[in-house]
Every structure is written in structure tokens, then in C-alpha cells.
Ligand binder design. Structure first.
Ligand code: ATP
Ligand code: MG
Length: 479
């Protein structure tokens, strides 16, 4: 863009007008750039209406269109709307470069190293705008080392794509996406859906199918295996046999994925409302141990609690209640912590509380190497674990009054309640804490220190006994 246009566009933006791209530079979809004609599903053949699309996403699409860039809604937004599901987010693809996008939107930030993207901010909401990317093979020369190819914009390490900032055409962008159902484009110019890869057919057949050769696509990015599982769980789709078979061969590649990225993926797998189904599929495809190495030893013992917690999380999500990563990780790792604490207690001749403290540290440290759980989540998780021991020690005693008032109480109590569902021995304790928690402050003191029963003068009449959790300790310890 010429300096003249840049200055004029700056003025226009100040006046709240849409900046202009000079006509000679405009890049409307051109037929020459397309080698493989896509299937076009026209507006009257599909169910997507602009009313269903997030208003800010529509604004971004129109701003790009007015500036004569290609502009499409793509990915989960299109897929979910075609299935009649409310999309989680709306992604936009365009032929404008990140810098050009940034020139168009005052509220835009460029982010990412691995993928350079534009984030257009509307208050709390962010619309992600990505520039079309090229197909991977297209950039290689025949004698290139495909395993370790490095140039400024695209970097492969051991066949893994660790940076991808080579821009391409609309068609190329479709073929570099992960699954056919994620490569459907809604065109803001004529409201049609554009399908290069057979996504509509797979959507109708309820199939998750990788675009291209599964082994190569997993090698480029092993996280695609976790994505296949997430979409199969979310949509209740089948993973296509070839896409599925390669997962068994390639699962080990997850070991090389940065632990911070795996943390994000684990959250999406377990906290999106289909956590239990995702867990079962991860187990079925033998991927669970790469994320949670401890399960190799104790999956059978850990599973009942995890099932209860994940099903509970899924229900909460359906009811639009909050779900917590602290609670999730506390549940995933509790069995390992408890078992390790029991062993340490015996081996080191320390009390259970100390053993639990040590075990909590050991288990979370080991887990962190694979899935980088942030520090604040680890702290919350440890608090839930340590408070389990306090809840077990303090019930029926005066200390209960202090504990029930502490901010940490609620999460730890909820966790104890879920544990009680698989361990009936904990049921009485849960009832105690619930009664105490729900009681008014004065009632709480009475519950822990009930007035002495009137002493019978004559022969005692048989009285109905009051419910009293503190039969032994109250008389001994509380005045
Ligand atoms: P949802 O947002 O509902 O979780 P989504 O399909 O939109 O699902 P995103 O992570 O938002 O998933 O990604 C947007 C789109 O970007 C995807 O639909 C897909 O086309 C593409 N994409 C994302 N991750 C990859 C990947 N690892 N490899 C190839 N394409 C990807
Ligand atoms: Mg998305």
C-alpha cells in the first residue's frame, strides 16, 4: 500500500470510516488461484443465517469485504452452525496479511509466534482473524530435508511443524486444516458455504476425517490426535478408520509437545461439557498415559472418582454453571496422591498429614513435566487435598467451627462429597459437615455443644434420642 493510502486510511480510521485498499491491490477470489473446484453450497441449500453469527464476527467480515479482501468464517463456527449447535467461537480467514488486518482495525493485536494471528477486540470478546496459509508440501524443494526444514516463516523439527507463517491461497488454506469438517468456509460475499475437502459429506456421515495422509498430518502436529478425540466426543461422531488407526502408531509423539500446550488441550478435553466421553476415548486410543503417566500404575483405582467428577462437570456445563480446573486436576490426581501418602506414612513413619503434603508435592511435580498445570491451579489443588485430611480430623471436634468458616472449606467439602459417592465410609462425615455448614452461626455452636439433657430424677423414661454427632467428644472437650 502506498504511503498516500496509509495516511488517508489513518484519517479515515480516526473519523470512524472504513479504510480503503486501492483497487489495483484488491484481491477478490480469483478463479486462477483454484486448482480443484470446490463444492459450493448456496445460501438456500444450508441453514446458516447471519442472525446466528456473532455480531462482532459479522462486523469483521464486512470490514474486510469493504476493504476488498476475501473474508470467510471458518472452522468450528461453520461446522457447529451447520449441525445446529451454538458455536463456541468464530474464526475468520482472509487473504489480508496480519499487518493489513491491523491497519483495518484500531482494536487489533497481533499475537503468536507459531501462528501469527490478528485478535480483534470488542470489549471482552476477541474475534480471531487468520491469514490464509500455504500447504506444507508446496514450499519444499525435492532435496529439502523435510524432517528438519527451517526457514524464517516455517520451521519443522523432527517432522513437527513448530512454526507456520507462510501465507497461501484460499484453496491452500483449506487443505492445510486438520479435519474435513473443520475446513468449511462461509463466504460473506454471497453467503454460500465453500467445501474443498468433502467436509459436508463427512458432516452428514458424522465422520471425523483427517485431511491428507494421517501419519504425516499427525507427525506435523501430534495434537491433532487429541483434537480428533475432542471433536468425536463433542459431536458424537465416529473417527474415520484411517484417521483412527494411525493414532495407535503416533500417540508417542505427544511426548514431544510442549507441556503448556498440552495443558490447554486437556482443559478443552475435560471442561467443555464432554469430559467423560473424552476420557473414555483417550483410554480407548491409548493416549491417556502420555498425558497422565501416573495412570499406568493406578488407572483402575483412579477411574471411579474421575468418572463421577467428569460426569458432574459435564452436567454443570450443561446447566451453564462454572467449572473449575482446580477441581478437575484435584480429582484426576487424587488417587495417586492418596496412595503415595499411605506408602510414605508407612515407610517414613510420619503422620498422614505430613505424608499427604509430601505426596501432593511429588505427584504434582511429576505431572507438571507432562502437562504444565499453572502454579495457582497447583496451589488450589493442594489445598483441596490437604483439606481432605483436615475435614477427616476435625469433624465432631471444636476445630470444625473454624474450618467451616474458611474460604477453602467449600471446594474441599464438595470434593469430599464426590469421594463419598464411591466410599460409603465417608457418608456420615459428609452429613456432619453439611449440617454444620447449613446451620446459622448460633446453631453451629449448639450443634457442637448441645445443652445437657435434663437428669431424670426417677426411673428414666425412654426418650427419643436427638441426633448428636459429638456424643463422646463434646462432654470431654467442649465446655
Ligand atoms: P472449537 O472452537 O469448537 O473448539 P474449532 O474447530 O473452531 O473448534 P479451533 O481450535 O478454534 O477449533 O481452530 C479453528 C480452526 O483452525 C479449526 O477448525 C481448524 O480448521 C484449524 N486448526 C486448528 N488447529 C489446527 C491444527 N492443529 N492443525 C490444522 N488445523 C487446525
Ligand atoms: Mg474455534
Amino acid at each position: 500500500m502506498s504511503p498516500y493510502h496509509k495516511i488517508m486510511n489513518g484519517f479515515k480510521r480516526l473519523l470512524g470510516q472504513t479504510p480503503e485498499i486501492p483497487h489495483s491491490e484488491s484481491r477478490l477470489p480469483s478463479e486462477e488461484s483454484i486448482s480443484h473446484p470446490p463444492r459450493i453450497i448456496s445460501r438456500n441449500e444450508h441453514c446458516i443465517s447471519r442472525q446466528h453469527i456473532n455480531k462482532n464476527a459479522v462486523r469483521v467480515l464486512y470490514r474486510l469485504k469493504d476493504a476488498r479482501f476475501q473474508a470467510f468464517l471458518v472452522g468450528g463456527g461453520v461446522r457447529d452452525m451447520l449441525l445446529g449447535i451454538i458455536p463456541k467461537d468464530f474464526d475468520i480467514a482472509t487473504d489480508a496479511t496480519p499487518e493489513e488486518i491491523s491497519d483495518l482495525f484500531r482494536n487489533c493485536r497481533l499475537i503468536g509466534r507459531r501462528f501469527r494471528l490478528a485478535h480483534v477486540h470488542f470489549g471482552e470478546e476477541i474475534i480471531e482473524v487468520a491469514t490464509f496459509r500455504a500447504r506444507h508440501e508446496s514450499h519444499f524443494q525435492p532435496d529439502d530435508d523435510i524432517e528438519n526444514h527451517v526457514d524464517q516463516d516455517r520451521v519443522f523439527k523432527n517432522g513437527r511443524l513448530v512454526r507456520d507463517n507462510i501465507y497461501g491461497t484460499f484453496e491452500e488454506d483449506a487443505w492445510r486444516r486438520d479435519f474435513t469438517i473443520n475446513a468449511l468456509y462461509y463466504n460473506i460475499y454471497d453467503f454460500s458455504v465453500v467445501d474443498f475437502t468433502g467436509g459436508v459429506e463427512d458432516l452428514n456421515a458424522r465422520l471425523i476425517r483427517l485431511i491428507g495422509d494421517p501419519l504425516q498430518r499427525y507427525q506435523e502436529d501430534p495434537v491433532r490426535m487429541l483434537r480428533a478425540i475432542r471433536f468425536a466426543a463433542k459431536l458424537d461422531f465416529t473417527i474415520h478408520p484411517e484417521t483412527a488407526a494411525s493414532i495407535y502408531d503416533m500417540g508417542r509423539l505427544l511426548k514431544d509437545i510442549p507441556s503448556a500446550r498440552l495443558y490447554e488441550e486437556v482443559l478443552k478435553l475435560f471442561l467443555s461439557g464432554h469430559g467423560w466421553k473424552s476420557f473414555e476415548l483417550l483410554e480407548q486410543y491409548k493416549l491417556l498415559f502420555y498425558l497422565f503417566p501416573r495412570f499406568e500404575k493406578n488407572l483402575a483405582q483412579a477411574k471411579p472418582l474421575i468418572e463421577i467428577v467428569l460426569k458432574n462437570t459435564d452436567e454443570r456445563k450443561q446447566q451453564h454453571l462454572t467449572v473449575s480446573p482446580v477441581f478437575l486436576f484435584a480429582a484426576l490426581l487424587w488417587t495417586a496422591v492418596e496412595e503415595s501418602a499411605k506408602t510414605l506414612e508407612k515407610e517414613q513413619d510420619i503422620n498422614f498429614f505430613e505424608a499427604l503434603h509430601e505426596a501432593a508435592h511429588e505427584v504434582s511435580h511429576q505431572q507438571h513435566k507432562r502437562v504444565a498445570i499453572p502454579r495457582r491451579i497447583v496451589l488450589g489443588m493442594k489445598e483441596i487435598w490437604m483439606t481432605q485430611s483436615r475435614l477427616e480430623q476435625a469433624w465432631k471436634s471444636k476445630k470444625a467451627l473454624v474450618l467451616v468458616n474458611q474460604p477453602r472449606f467449600r471446594a474441599a467439602f464438595d470434593f469430599l462429597t464426590l469421594r463419598a459417592k464411591i466410599n460409603p465410609d465417608l457418608k456420615e462425615m459428609v452429613d456432619f459437615w453439611e449440617t454444620l455448614f447449613l446451620a446459622a452461626p448460633t446453631e453451629r455452636i449448639q450443634l457442637l455443644n448441645p445443652p445437657p439433657l435434663p437428669q431424670p430424677e426417677a426411673a428414666p423414661k425412654r426418650k427419643k434420642r436427638r441426633r448428636n454427632y459429638f456424643k463422646k467428644k463434646t462432654t470431654a472437650t467442649i465446655n
